[in-house]
Design a protein around this ligand. Structure first.
Ligand code: HEC
Ligand code: HEC
Ligand code: HEC
Ligand code: HEC
Ligand code: HEC
Length: 176
């Protein structure tokens, strides 16, 4: 009597643990944002090294306060430092080849909205939304990686919390 009770209790516990594992695994996949695969970049650039030095985001992404696009740094900008910083590093020599050939580095886009969506960096940055709110902790990344799926639901979930939400939820704010 005691023995069979014990083993049926064990069975119950095993089933319970099994169910729990399934729930945890399912929750993990459902709740973690879909991070897309790290896009291979032509040069293994390191945000972490640069930001640790105290180089500001806007030093390289110059137009984020002034225009819809944040902008990408020119090869000249990289070489402004790397002419003297670490010039024998193989990665830097790769950059130097682009410089010598006067070619831009063909960086792959990490975040890209469909063409029918209008987005403006300047409006966001100047109204106090910081880079991290949308791009995550880039300062601790090597090459940038997407941290959220930038779909309509994501845009709206922040717009609906703004004081002027009624205007910001209008379709033609983003679809012009
Ligand atoms: C303000 C000066 C400055 C600018 C501008 C700059 N870098 Fe750097 N970079 C540095 C310094 C300093 C280091 C750190 C070197 C070290 O730790 O040995 C570094 C490190 C790196 C590294 C890491 C090397 C490694 O071995 O991991 C890469 C790659 C790199 N830079 C590429 C670039 C590229 C590409 C650009 C242009 C988009 C750029 N840097 C612009 C100063 C600069
Ligand atoms: C409100 C969200 C948001 C904020 C805040 C934001 N970004 Fe972006 N960023 C985006 C979106 C969305 C895209 C994709 C835009 C597209 O495809 O048109 C993007 C694209 C970019 C790009 C790609 C190239 C380009 O020219 O746009 C860079 C670089 C970038 N952001 C850097 C920054 C930096 C640096 C900051 C802070 C100064 C910043 N972003 C703040 C949402 C944001
Ligand atoms: C020294 C120059 C430099 C600095 C400083 C810098 N970046 Fe970048 N950033 C780059 C380069 C080069 C790339 C392209 C390679 C990559 O995707 O990581 C890039 C890519 C990005 C992208 C992805 C663009 C896309 O295609 O969607 C984002 C977002 C971004 N940076 C945000 C930031 C933020 C936020 C900071 C400050 C914390 C910052 N960057 C500081 C040079 C820089
Ligand atoms: C983290 C919060 C946040 C996120 C995420 C966000 N926005 Fe915004 N957005 C704002 C704020 C704040 C303003 C400025 C509100 C104001 O003062 O008018 C704004 C304004 C705008 C405007 C300007 C409206 C005008 O008056 O011209 C556009 C366009 C816009 N957002 C598009 C987008 C799109 C597209 C996305 C998603 C890809 C997005 N936003 C994601 C906070 C956000
Ligand atoms: C704050 C910005 C924003 C506002 C406001 C907005 N959208 Fe969007 N919309 C987006 C973004 C970003 C996408 C990109 C597609 C995605 O969701 O991945 C999109 C995509 C779409 C699509 C294509 C869906 C698909 O699966 O391809 C339709 C249709 C659409 N929006 C309709 C609307 C309508 C109707 C409204 C007004 C009720 C509206 N949107 C308001 C940002 C916005």
């Amino acid at each position: 009597m005691n023995l069979s009770n014990n083993s049926s209790r064990k069975q119950k516990i095993i089933i319970l643990v099994g169910v729990l594992i399934v729930v945890i695994v399912a929750a993990f996949f459902l709740l973690t944002p879909k991070t897309m695969a790290e896009s291979p970049q032509p040069v293994a650039f390191t945000h972490q090294a640069m930001v640790k030095l105290g180089v500001d985001c806007l030093f390289c992404h110059e137009t984020a306060r002034e225009s819809p696009a944040a902008g990408m740094p020119s090869v000249a900008k990289c070489m402004g430092c790397h002419n003297v910083v670490d010039p024998t590093n193989p990665i830097i020599q790769q950059v130097a080849v682009y410089w010598k050939n006067q070619q831009p580095i063909p960086w792959q886009r990490v975040n890209q909205l469909p063409r029918f969506v209008y987005f403006d960096h300047a409006v966001h940055v100047n109204s106090g939304v910081n880079c991290e709110a949308c791009h995550g902790d880039v300062a601790h990344m090597t090459i940038a990686q997407p941290v959220v799926k930038m779909d309509m639901g994501w845009c709206l979930s922040c717009h609906e919390k703004q004081p002027n939400a009624s205007q910001l939820m209008d379709c033609d704010v983003c679809h012009r």
